[in-house]
Each structure stands twice: as C-alpha cells, then as structure tokens.
Ligand binder design. Structure first.
Ligand code: FES
Length: 193
C-alpha cells in the first residue's frame, strides 16, 4: 500500500527550484526568533495567531518562499498550529511555496491586460527566460528558469488596468509593456547579477 502524505505535505509540496541558490536557506537562528517575537509582541495576549501573516511576509522576504520546515516554527512562535499556517500560506497567491528566481515576473492576466496583449506577453517572456508556458498550472502557477535567475507567474489584477499590459519584476511595476521593453528589462536586470 502506498504511503499517504500528511495534510501539510499535501498542501505545501514544494518543487525543487534552481532559484534556491539566490536565497539563504531557512534556518531558525536567535536573530530570526527575535525578529518574529517582535512581530508577535505587536498583538495582545491571546491573539498571537494574528502575527502568522506578518511572519510569513518576513520569511518570504528573506528566503524567497515559505518552505515546509518553516511552518511548524511559525506555528510555535504564534501559538498556532502547523495546519493553520499551511492554510494561510496556501490561501494567498502572493505567498510562494516554491522558491522563485532572483527576479520574479508577475504578469497580469485579468481582462483589461489580457485584451491589451498580456497573454502574448506572458508567452513571450516564457520564451525569453527559457520556461515552457505549459509548466504554469493551477497547482504550480510559477515556473523558474533553468539558471534560477528568473521566474514567472500569471497573476490577477495589479490595480493599474488603464495602462496594460502590466508586469511586475520583484516589487517594481511596469506598464504598457511591449516585447521590446521586455528585451531591455531582461538585459538590464541580468547586468545587475
Ligand atoms: S487588469 Fe491588469 S492591472 Fe488590472
């Protein structure tokens, strides 16, 4: 009989990612614990669970994603449960359970951007960074380039609908993006490496 994965493993099955070389591996250190404790202390006694999301953001910023080993630790810090943390992690599309590339494309696929060329742009970027668009599935909506430098994810509205197609690279928004702009951006970002 095949072994059944537990609920957390099933929810958070992470794909190995070439992007991992660009982020430090998650590790519980005194410094990290102190940082998380500061976030927990912002909430009243008995409401420590409210710090789950802020701690998730803090870890994703440092480590690129929320690995399965981080979840029980977050739960312990927040007097919560690993399954609750896994539920929060998997609820929000902006929280990654697979490590992205060093530079992460978010391409808006909502109607206004789709009508102004967003779908073609998604396929174009995939081709440029060496990713097969078929890798982008509902279960794993992110794909990472073989060198780990780039990743791509179709996302919903980026709140700039009148100026599509819209694309983000990490935290920077680019509007009315064309294939030519993508060539230039990829070349500029690659030089930062
Ligand atoms: S539809 Fe793309 S930003 Fe709103």
């Amino acid at each position: 009989m095949s072994e059944q994965p537990n609920a957390i493993d099933a929810l958070t099955a992470a794909k190995p990612s070439p992007g991992e070389k660009y982020f430090p591996k998650f590790q519980v250190t005194e410094e990290l614990t102190a940082e998380a404790a500061k976030l927990v202390a912002l909430y009243p006694e008995g409401k420590e669970q409210s710090a789950v999301l802020p701690i998730i953001h803090m870890i994703q910023e440092k480590h690129g994603y929320i690995c399965p080993e981080a979840m029980p630790w977050i739960a312990e810090m927040c007097k919560s449960t690993p399954i609750h943390v896994a539920g929060v992690v998997t609820f929000y599309p902006g929280i990654h359970t697979t490590c992205p590339g060093k530079y992460h494309f978010r391409v808006c696929r909502t109607i206004a951007c789709a009508l102004s060329g967003g779908e073609e742009l998604l396929a174009y970027i995939c081709g440029k960074i060496g990713v097969n668009p078929a890798e982008l599935t509902d279960e794993h909506p992110m794909a990472v380039s073989p060198d780990g430098l780039w990743s791509i994810e179709p996302v919903e509205c980026l709140a700039n609908c009148g100026f599509g197609p819209n694309v983000m690279i990490n935290e920077t928004l680019y509007s009315q993006v064309t294939p030519k702009m993508i060539d230039k951006l990829i070349s500029e970002y690659s030089k930062k490496d």
